[in-house]
Design a protein around this ligand. Structure first.
Ligand code: C2O
Ligand code: CU
Ligand code: CU
Length: 499
């Protein structure tokens, strides 16, 4: 057997826990969906989030040690206004360094909260972010090199909403927590005693770490009470590595209205939406019929059939096609349930046909092209993993190094980046801007993928048009990386300046 196929079968055969929370196994009534507290962050003093250790009861009778931002597990939803400063203090009450990375925000490198901007234990960082980008659903999380996976897994993440007071009103539900509902979807693995288990070594690293239970806003398979009208769901895949394909169990259609970084020009009717780690989508669901709904997902295989390692289908291809772990039988698993609350007066009843205020990407002709190859096959990488070592992953043959600047970019110049994946599909993310995906695997992208993004799913090759309007110096450069957090921590990341 050639080495490549052998390694391929390793990825395909990785043992990952099967999901317990399958749709069929759900009979106990779920707990109510927690809605993260809303923190309006303007330019006045007093907005503060602190990384803390907490204990949370995910199961009856068990307490779990978690991290969170000013709460046990996750953090408040930060709401910021375009055209205004957002003044925020991020404090650290842990015994390890953290950062506060504003994922998707167009802020200069020194405010981006990347790996160079560590907040030491007992310290805090005060910043005023100048918000100038389209309204949308973003997020924040710690980003310490080598520990991002572990820290986010334990809870150092939260949602971030940008509103644009100058943009025309799109006519979408906007009552936070009532008909505009955040859904932070994560998979977690608990020990018998109820503690969170995490492993970023060897095999878990290669495919990315996966859990066997689904949390939404920190609750296991929760139930949301919604009005009998239109409801906007802001979906964030906050998992370390799991890719979801969300749909409703009864097959009902919904409309997607936004991608990672802003509204689509018009709502798109669909019945499923796929999100890789860190991707967001806003969807609008019509509950006017009064029928409850169950949001489910199936897994999306991450190993690429017939690409790189497999060289075609055959027996090995068949193995790959089975996907991995939870998706082995392709069964849908439950994410959350929705029930109608007659006490809530529905406000939005009709979806607009076009979404006023949708951003118009104005990326010009690219002045240059760059390519990025995401590598699983660095030196003894995969072999090291087999023997319990810590393999190095990389991009363009180099593993991430904090003291090496990989590219120097010019402010305001549009570039075309071609990203290609080795062996597995990877969600590629870039800091400091939003981009437009122009093609995937040589084909123009669908309407659903045409909106502004900051993560692109690369299951072969993808081309993006990208431009930076904020600077980043060498002491706090911007990052690009795979958002499978175990891959990022193992070095599938690079950094660049913009001047
Ligand atoms: Cu969501 Cu570099 O991060
Ligand atoms: Cu980011
Ligand atoms: Cu990856």
């Amino acid at each position: 057997m050639q080495r490549r196929s052998f390694l391929g079968s390793m990825i395909a055969g990785l043992a990952v826990p099967a999901l317990i929370g399958r749709a069929s196994a759900q009979s106990a009534p779920g707990q109510p969906l927690p809605i993260p507290a809303l923190m309006d962050v303007g330019d006045e003093a007093g907005n503060r989030i602190d990384a803390i250790v907490g204990r949370r009861s995910f199961f009856e009778g068990a307490e779990t040690r978690v991290l969170g931002w000013s709460q046990d597990y996750l953090g408040p939803t930060l709401r910021m206004q375009r055209g205004r400063g957002a003044r925020i203090i991020a404090g650290n009450r842990l015994e390890q360094g953290i950062t506060a990375h504003w994922h998707g925000l167009h802020v200069p490198g020194w405010q981006d909260g990347g790996p160079h901007s560590v907040i030491a234990p007992g310290r805090h960082l005060e910043q005023t972010l100048e918000i100038d980008q389209p309204a949308g659903t973003y997020w924040y999380h710690s980003h310490v090199h080598g520990r991002t996976g572990e820290q986010v897994y334990h809870g150092l993440a939260g949602l971030l909403i940008i509103e644009d007071p100058e943009a025309p009103e799109p006519g979408l539900p906007l009552d936070y927590g009532i008909d505009d509902i955040p859904l932070i979807v994560q998979d977690r693995w608990f020990s018998r005693a109820g503690e969170l288990r995490y492993d970023d070594d060897g095999m878990a690293l290669m495919q990315g770490f996966r859990g066997d239970r689904i949390l939404v806003n920190g609750a296991l398979s929760p139930v949301a009470r919604v009005p009998a009208g239109l409801v906007r769901l802001r979906l964030l895949n906050g998992s370390n590595s799991r890719v979801y394909r969300f749909r409703f169990e009864d097959g009902r259609a919904f409309h997607q209205v936004a991608t990672d970084a802003g509204l689509l020009p018009a709502p798109l009717r669909r019945s499923e939406v796929q999100l890789a780690p860190a991707e967001r989508a806003e969807i609008v669901v019509d509950f006017a019929s009064g029928r409850p709904a169950r949001l489910v997902s199936v897994d999306v295989p991450v190993a690429m059939m017939g690409r790189g390692m497999m060289g075609g289908g055959g027996m090995m291809g068949g193995m790959m096609g089975g996907g991995s772990g939870a998706s082995e039988d392709g069964a849908a698993f439950e994410v959350a349930r929705f029930e109608i609350d007659e006490g809530l007066t529905p406000k939005a009843m009709a979806l607009p046909t076009t979404l006023a205020g949708a951003p118009r990407p104005n990326l010009e002709e690219p002045v240059r092209r760059r390519s990025f190859r995401l590598n699983m096959m660095m030196g003894m990488g995969m072999m090291g993993a087999m023997f319990g070592g810590k393999p190095e992953l990389g991009i363009n043959g180099k593993t991430y190094q904090m003291d090496r600047i990989d590219q120097q970019l010019r402010l305001g110049e549009t570039e075309l980046w071609e990203i290609s994946a080795d062996m597995m599909a990877h969600p590629f993310h870039v800091h400091g801007t939003s981009f437009q995906v122009v093609s995937r695997n040589g084909r123009a992208v669908s309407y659903a993928e045409s909106g502004l993004k900051d993560v692109v799913w690369v299951d072969g090759t993808a081309e993006i048009l990208i431009r930076f309007d904020r600077p980043a110096r060498s002491d706090a450069p911007y990052m690009y990386h795979c958002h499978i957090l175990e891959h990022e921590d193992a070095g599938m990341m690079g950094q660049f300046t913009v001047s």
